[in-house]
Structure formats: C-alpha cells, structure tokens
Design a protein around this ligand. Structure first.
Ligand code: AKG
Length: 316
C-alpha cells in the first residue's frame, strides 16, 4: 500500500524508453484492519476536499489567500510560480485546522476539521512507520531518529490538498497519448523541502518523477496506494544516502479532475538538521552544514519552485 509503479514504457516525443520500475512496498499484511482505517480516512478527506473545490470561487476565496496557509489558485509560493492547480495548504496542528475549517466549510466546520484531523493522524502514522524502517535499514543507532521529529508536538508538518481541473484537449483524442509539450503543467518540477512526503490521489494520472537521463516517469494513479518520496531534509540527514526526488504534476485528463493530498512530514522549526553521525565517515564527510528547519524554510520561500535549495547548505 505504498508506492504505485508506472508502466514500464513511457513516451518522450516519438521515442519509447525502457524505464525503471518504481519500488513498491506492501505495508498491509497482518495489519489489514489498520490499512482499511487509513483508506477510510483518506476517502473521507477526499470527499471533503472535493466538496470544497466544487464551491463557487467567491466562497473558496474566503479560505485564502495562501500566505502560506489557506486557499490558493494558480499561484504557487511567493516568487511567480504558476500552475493549473487550485489548492488548500493546512498547518496540521488541531487548533489551526479547527480555525481554518471555519472558512473552508462554514456551514459544517466540524465535518471538515474531523476529516482533516482523522486523515492527518492516519497519514502521520504511515510516515513514521516508513521512517522507522528507513532508520533501521540504514543501521541508525536511534531507531526513531527521523520519526521522533514528526511525532514532536511542535512538528511543522503540513497537508496540501491539490485539485487539477480537467485538461482541455485541442482535439477529442486520448489525453494519455498526447505529446508532453501539449500537456499543461499543474505543479511544476520541484523537490519537497521536508523530511518525507506521503501522497495519495484519486484515479486520475498526472504525477511524474524525474529519473536519470532527464526522463520523466509517470506514476500510475492508485487511490488505495501512497506515493512516498524523500524530502530535502532526509537527504541532508542521511548525508545524501537518500535523495530528494524531483517530481511534477501534469494535467493529463480531459474528463475528470485530479485530486491529490500530500502530507509533508516536517521537524519543529527550531530543530537543527545535520547528517546522522553514522552517515558521516572519513571517506564520506558531511555534505551539508547544520541548519535549522526555520532557516531552511526561509531559504525555500525566497527561491523558485524548481531551484535546488539544498545547494545553499553544501559544505563545498
Ligand atoms: C505537491 O503538492 O508538492 C505535489 O508535488 C503534488 C503532486 C501531485 O499532485 O501529484
């Protein structure tokens, strides 16, 4: 129930390329009941999100502008990035969710806040479980080296609900087969600054990851799966062992909107980020200088979506 795999062949113009298969991890097994609860929480959150995005513009705007939290449309961030997307960015603290719900669903704010609260708790557990497996796999002395930052009461994790309108095709042919140049960018190429992203979507395609050879691999949409990607902070903490993956979302469907929900697991603002001691050896010295999450966030806000922020913190 974690990572959806793309089809092995993708088109770039007329050329067909053999692409790497994205790794898939099945987390359900004997805990199928927990998996069911997570899926239920995701479905409830998705329904609430679709309900909000279906509202007239003037009502949605009451939940904005996204500065950074709230409703945003087309403008992403503060430095001129735009895309064919509307979104809601939420601080995950219960008090903040309750406050924001008053403008997102003014007729029944509790319905929205309980859907968001339930989903955030469920997806946080998924993130922590994956992070603990990563720490174990890396041989970290502290098995909770990553997850304890997410579980911290002051964790700065956020949830973004993205809604991509259907792409208007110039001719009524299959959207999926359209050359990339004709597709609209929903969310431009970027890496996520936080520790880990856990994303789910409806059954509409659009997400792509960038792999070696300057190729974009499409991720097959699967509402019962999570797409998990490493963020910049995890790259820094693992001294580059895990790489923050560049990805983007395109509007590829002519009939149905894409809905995605991305939980960005982040440390507290005052947390100092530096490579785990086990990740640094004489032959692999520290690639990044220590920084606080607040410092990193500030740098992110000053850059464009596609800029490489980690480069600012390299030791050489
Ligand atoms: C983001 O919200 O940062 C994304 O990359 C969203 C991608 C998607 O909608 O699949």
């Amino acid at each position: 129930m974690v990572v959806a795999s793309p089809p092995p062949l993708a088109r770039t113009g007329e050329k067909k390329l053999l692409l790497p298969k994205l790794p898939t991890v099945d987390l359900s097994g004997p805990r199928a009941d927990v998996a069911q609860q997570i899926v239920k929480a995701a479905e409830t959150m998705a329904q609430e999100s679709l309900g909000f995005f279906a509202r007239p513009d003037h009502e949605k705007k009451r939940a904005g502008p996204a500065d950074p939290f709230g409703y945003g449309c087309r403008n992403i961030g503060f430095n001129g990035d735009v895309g064919e997307v509307e979104y809601v960015l939420l601080n995950t603290h219960p008090g903040s969710i309750a406050q924001r719900s008053l403008t997102i669903n003014s007729t029944d704010p509790t319905k929205f806040s309980s859907a968001a609260g339930g989903y955030i708790e469920a997806v946080k557990e998924v993130a922590c479980e994956i992070l603990d497996m990563m720490a174990e796999g890396l041989g970290a002395t502290d098995a909770e080296a990553f997850s304890k930052l997410i579980r911290d009461v002051d964790s700065d994790s956020v949830l973004r609900l993205n809604h991509y309108p259907p792409f208007l095709l110039p001719s009524p042919s299959s959207a999926v087969d359209h050359p990339a140049a004709e597709l609209k960018v929903g969310f431009g190429a970027h890496t996520d600054p936080q520790i880990l992203t856990v994303l789910t979507s409806n059954d509409v395609a659009g997400l792509q990851v960038h792999v070696d050879g300057d190729v974009w691999v499409s991720v097959a949409p699967d509402p019962t799966a999570f797409f998990v990607n490493v963020g910049d902070v995890l790259q820094a903490m693992t001294n580059g062992r895990f790489v923050s993956v560049k990805h983007r979302a395109l509007n590829v469907n002519a009939a149905k909107p894409r809905l995605s929900m991305a939980y960005f697991a982040a440390p507290p603002l005052n947390c100092t980020i530096s490579p785990l001691p086990e990740m640094v050896t004489p032959s692999r010295p520290s690639l990044y200088r220590a920084f606080t999450w607040a410092e990193y966030k500030k740098a992110s806000y000053s850059l464009r979506l596609g800029d490489s922020r980690l480069d600012l913190f390299k030791t050489q």
